[in-house]
Ligand binder design. Structure first.
Ligand code: 13P
Length: 252
């Protein structure tokens, strides 16, 4: 039985004060109210606050993830952040391949594979996002697109390396639109993704790999997503920004 996982992707929201306020109060409520959620919880704040966030969560089961890394080890890349820098402040996870990075910052599968390799070199777990546009879904190309996103990146990895991955299926038309995929659409895609892992890496890896859904998850729909057989949790944007909403989602 795979444990459910909820990841908060705060994107470019929450400044220093909001980040520390959220984390301290969230923890306080979890402890004082003895909230029983039975989920792996990961929070992805912005780069400048990763260190303090990690310190606040020290000694708890909650983990911090970065939202990006650069694909090179080190050097003259003004403004970029490397995997080794994250490692040096105790960060163990990174989100890669988010559609906003693909679309706004032109990260294609070649670049993403380089990022995967450098993340793996420093032993970072990778939350790897895939998903189709509405144009592609309207033409029934979603399975082809997602398969290709995996084939050109993760599927170059060895069996051992696959142990470092979480997959997040985020249909682009559902991100930030309030128009979530139906449970059936999400479950169908998750089952398809799992079947690709079965084909490529065999049964034990395909049974183990966590596949999360992302795209307009909120406190009302999260529970039904988490009930689906092949959905192992959620990657949550907007609804992870407020403590009360996020608390409801982790208890769904
Ligand atoms: P929303 O939950 O705001 O739709 O964002 C989803 C997302 O992009 C998480 O990575």
């Amino acid at each position: 039985m795979r444990k459910k996982i909820v990841i908060a992707n705060w994107k470019m929201n929450h400044d220093f004060h909001e980040t520390s306020f959220f984390l301290r109060n969230f923890l306080k409520i979890l402890l004082e109210k003895k909230i029983n959620h039975n989920k792996e919880i990961i929070i992805a704040p912005s780069f400048p606050f990763l260190h303090i966030s990690n310190q606040i969560l020290q000694g708890t089961t909650l983990k911090i993830a970065a939202q990006n890394i650069y694909q090179m080890d080190k050097g003259s890349y003004t403004g970029e952040v490397s995997a080794s820098m994250l490692k040096s402040i105790g960060i163990t996870k990174v989100i890669l391949g988010h559609s906003e990075r693909r679309e706004l910052f032109f990260e294609n599968n070649d670049i993403l594979f380089k990022k995967i390799k450098i993340a793996l070199k420093y032993g970072l777990d990778i939350i790897f996002c895939v998903g189709e546009t509405s144009f592609e879904r309207n033409r029934d190309q979603q399975f082809y697109i997602v398969k290709n996103q995996l084939k050109e990146t993760i599927f170059h990895c060895t069996r051992d390396e696959i142990g470092f991955f979480y997959i997040a299926y985020e249909p682009i038309w559902a991100i930030g639109t309030g128009k979530n995929a139906t449970y059936e659409q999400a479950q169908t895609m998750h089952k398809f993704i799992r079947s690709l892992f079965l084909e490529k890496y065999g049964e034990s890896i395909s049974n183990r790999i966590p596949i999360l859904y992302g795209g307009s998850i909120n406190n009302l729909n999260a529970g039904d997503f988490f009930l689906q057989k092949d959905i192992d949790g959620g990657l949550v944007g907007k609804s992870s920004l407020k403590i009360e909403n996020f608390l409801k989602i982790i208890q769904s």
